[in-house]
Ligand binder design. Structure first.
Ligand code: ZN
Length: 240
């Protein structure tokens, strides 16, 4: 059975529940690449779910900010308001869980987990050029990452880098390095508003990219009812 690979849930309970329903019965363990919270209206419910069900997770920059590890100075106004609101509602136990999440990259089984990049947990890997700088840091055939909220990733070889189109199933050939992004569960930014995730068959080195629709109206209404910035609700409809 494959692992269920999730990233960037961002306190979006409706998206998380839709993914779990779509994937039900088809995976053995859950792996999380960070940013459990911030932007969405259900940080406590998402962290409580993670505490009960996730086998391994690395921290994201928003987990650090909302757990009080980082100051909010470098955030724009909307992100500051969101992180302050999340801090104000998170239970002490849930904040403590976020504070103790390990920094990536983290080796699990025979693959690596990172939030941003294997070189820096806050680095964005959005382009083939950015991915080409990763060759010295790649230790495993598969390195999973998030942070960009863009489903897909890169095939990195000594001869060059190629973007991976997140369509269906991909076999990871030996003697190559794969940087693999399951996409964002809770705030997709690749123009497709459906929640993104992936299955990974660790023994067979095979990934399947998946999307599932969820109740965006409900998640957006909760964001507005919480008094979070309206832009955080609007962008969910566009997947941007
Ligand atoms: Zn994120």
């Amino acid at each position: 059975m494959p692992r269920l690979i999730l990233s960037d849930i961002h306190a979006n309970l409706e998206a998380l529940e839709a993914v779990l329903a779509d994937a039900e019965g088809q995976y053995d363990r859950i792996i999380c690449l960070g940013d459990l919270v911030d932007y969405g209206a259900d940080p406590n419910a998402v962290v409580e779910w993670a505490r009960a069900h996730v086998a391994v997770a690395v921290r994201g920059n928003h987990d650090r900010a909302c757990a009080g590890i980082d100051s909010l100075e470098d955030y724009n106004a909307a992100a500051q308001r969101s992180a302050e609101w999340t801090r104000s509602v998170l239970s002490e136990e849930n904040a403590g869980f976020l504070r103790n999440l390990p920094r990536g990259p983290l080796r699990y089984e025979d693959y690596d987990l990172a939030h941003g990049s294997p070189a820096d947990e806050d680095e964005y890997l959005a382009t083939a050029f950015e991915a080409s700088n990763m060759l010295p840091f790649l230790q495993a055939r598969a390195t999973f990452f998030g942070h960009t909220h863009l489903q897909g990733g890169f095939l990195v070889t000594r001869g060059g880098v190629r973007a991976i189109a997140p369509k269906g199933t991909l076999e990871l050939e030996p003697r190559h390095f794969f940087l693999l992004n399951p996409g964002a569960v809770g705030q997709p930014r690749d123009g497709d508003p459906r929640a993104a995730y992936a299955f990974y068959w660790a023994e067979e080195h095979r990934i399947e990219y998946r999307r599932t629709a969820y109740d965006v109206e409900k998640a957006a209404a909760k964001i507005r009812a919480a008094g979070l910035p309206d832009s955080l609700a609007v962008r969910l409809f566009h997947g941007k």
